[in-house]
Ligand binder design. Structure first.
Ligand code: SAM
Length: 342
């Protein structure tokens, strides 16, 4: 998103206060906030980790914009005259549509939704804006990307974009999961999580931690062997993931569960779990992977079992050995499931 700030002058005259910036990486959003210093600006993020980094950047630059974290854009309090969507080229089409759709509902009548897209030949947004707003205007495209804007006129019912899938592990019962754009995994059970659950030893009464729960499918499926005396703590840094996980846990009859929004994983009870199931982000640099491993070591009771699924065992196994001592690993479905005991 390095060129985002270069797109702003094209639409600056159309931006009126109060402004909401929907998503966006910390540094480009900080630059936009700086360029709009005379306006009231709120920044929406779904991920608590990203939100913390954005707050830090804003503080470093002595900027005062409120940063709010919610599972859905339409949960932000108030309405806005302008919504700016700094869209990353690599974001999923479904998430782009979701943000345009939810943004519509936060606009005042006559308010503008403006997309800044770093992708120069972007035709996706023209279609998405028209789908939601009926009309879309576009600035002449430049080497820095494209700008699209639409005006809210009238009302529409809220539409949630979601996909459902069913999943079961070995001979267990089949469960149904909803998945939402912007949460992992969308539209199907993640193959890595399935590979991990197929080899995990989960016993009646186990206290299970689903670390990086995404849509919650791992913890929901693990709750079956853990039984009525077991429990699951679902942890994620993404507020939408936890909102979705709660719905999936209820729909699948998971009784003893808790949810925790955490970015640094320091607030998980220490020594409290029999099993940790961890499927860290694939994009994760080793920093996030290492954080998952270190937190797991802390929160497992002595003798507790750690399962960590990865496609990069050479990078991650040494970190697990450092903290846990001896480890085993199982190859399943093209993934490596690393198994260690606390
Ligand atoms: C590969 S996904 C796994 C999702 C889910 N377990 C599944 O199987 O579909 C990794 C998850 O880790 C979460 N995550 C990323 N960084 C995190 C952090 N710092 N703290 C907590 N969760 C994080 C992401 O939001 C994402 O939901």
């Amino acid at each position: 998103m390095k060129n985002l700030i270069e797109l702003l002058p094209t639409v600056r005259a159309k931006i009126e206060s109060p402004v909401l910036i929907a998503l966006g990486a910390p540094w480009p959003v900080t630059q936009v906030v700086a360029a709009l210093a005379d306006l009231r600006v709120t920044c929406f993020q779904m991920d608590f980790f990203q939100a913390q980094r954005l707050r830090e950047k804003l503080a470093q630059e002595n900027l005062t914009a409120e940063v709010v974290v919610h599972g859905d854009l339409w949960d932000v309090e108030g309405t806005f005259k302008t919504i700016l969507f700094p869209a990353a080229a690599q974001a999923d089409r479904e998430l782009k549509l979701d943000i345009v759709e939810q943004g519509y509902h936060l606009l005042d009548q006559g308010g503008r939704f403006i997309t800044l897209s770093e992708y120069e030949r972007d035709d996706v947004f023209l279609k998405l804006h028209k789908k939601v707003f009926g009309k879309c205007s576009e600035a002449p495209r430049s080497e820095f990307g494209s700008c699209f804007w639409s005006t809210r006129e009238g009302d529409q019912p809220r539409r949630r974009h979601e996909m459902s899938f069913r999943a079961k592990i070995n001979d267990g019962p089949s469960q149904q999961f909803d998945s939402w754009p912007g949460t992992f995994s969308y539209g199907e059970m993640d193959a890595g999580s399935r590979a991990m659950l197929e080899v995990a030893d989960i016993r009646p009464g186990d206290k299970v931690l689903d670390l990086g729960c995404g849509n919650g499918s791992v913890g929901c499926l693990a709750s079956v062997p853990a039984g009525s005396t077991g429990s699951v703590l679902f942890v994620d840094s993404n507020a939408r993931a936890l909102k979705l996980t709660e719905l999936n846990a209820i729909a699948n009859g998971v009784k003893n569960y808790k949810l925790l929004l955490s970015a640094d994983l320091l607030d998980i009870p220490v020594g409290a779990f029999d099993v940790v199931l961890a499927n860290p982000p694939y994009y994760a640099n080793s920093e996030v992977g290492r954080m998952f491993i270190a937190a797991s070591r802390e929160v497992l009771r002595p003798g507790g079992r750690f399962y960590f699924v990865t496609k990069m065992p050479v990078r991650t196994i040494p970190d697990i050995v450092d903290l846990f001592g001896q480890v085993d690993s199982v190859e399943n479905r093209g993934y490596t499931v690393v198994i260690a005991t606390a």
